[in-house]
Design a protein. Structure first.
Length: 207
């Protein structure tokens, strides 16, 4: 990771601290109304795990469901730079992707990212495969339908990672439904890891 990457990472760190302070001062109803204003990232531990995973499996085609403001995109794009791959990142909020585009350009990684704006349930039907790595980090009611769309695209040895399996508590029921859907596929091996907000990691068997 070069100086441009580190400079952009520091921009994200500063914003996360500021957003955390602001959001903590809000009543829950106000926070939910304004949630798209805040950088709700996977966290640095999870992002570094994703980076190492992507590089380790030589992921060439990476799908990120939930660009948000581009924190995890930064790490995935750097991994794609190393593997000669591309990150296809999806989000419905244009201003979030606009911010992410600027940060990825600042990091010198824009060439490794294909930004896709709109409803992932529609856009995923045009997603080229096979896909080597998927990060699933959208609103929790979309986890299962998004999973069912990307699962057929997953390459042998490909990995699907879902965030927020342990936190927040009010997402536990939807997280459990997602894990059940994953474990119902006979060709997937899955494990729940206590990294960040809880990552479910599922690997497609080879052969």
């Amino acid at each position: 990771m070069n100086d441009a990457f580190e400079n952009v990472l520091n921009v994200y760190r500063d914003r996360m601290r500021a957003d955390a302070k602001t959001s903590a001062s809000l009543a829950r109803e106000e926070f939910l109304r304004r949630r798209d204003d805040f950088l709700l990232a996977v966290g640095e531990d999870a992002a570094r795990f994703l980076h190492a995973l992507a590089v380790g499996i030589s992921a060439r085609r990476i799908v990120e469901l939930g660009t948000s403001y581009g924190f995890s995109t930064l790490f995935l794009a750097d991994a794609a730079r190393r593997t000669g791959g591309t990150v296809y990142t999806y989000d419905t909020v244009e201003r979030k992707q606009a911010y992410a585009r600027e940060r990825l350009a600042d990091a010198g990684l824009a060439a490794h990212v294909d930004f896709r704006h709109g409803d992932a349930l529609e856009l995923l039907r045009e997603q080229p495969g096979p896909v080597d790595l998927v990060l699933l980090d959208v609103w929790k009611d979309l986890y299962v339908p998004c999973f069912e769309l990307v699962y057929p695209l997953l390459s042998p040895g490909g990995v699907i990672v879902a965030d927020n399996m342990l936190h927040p508590p009010d997402a536990h029921a939807q997280a459990a439904a997602y894990r059940a859907a994953v474990r119902a596929k006979p060709d997937l091996e899955a494990a729940l890891l206590p990294i960040g907000h809880g990552l479910d990691v599922a690997v497609r068997k080879v052969g």
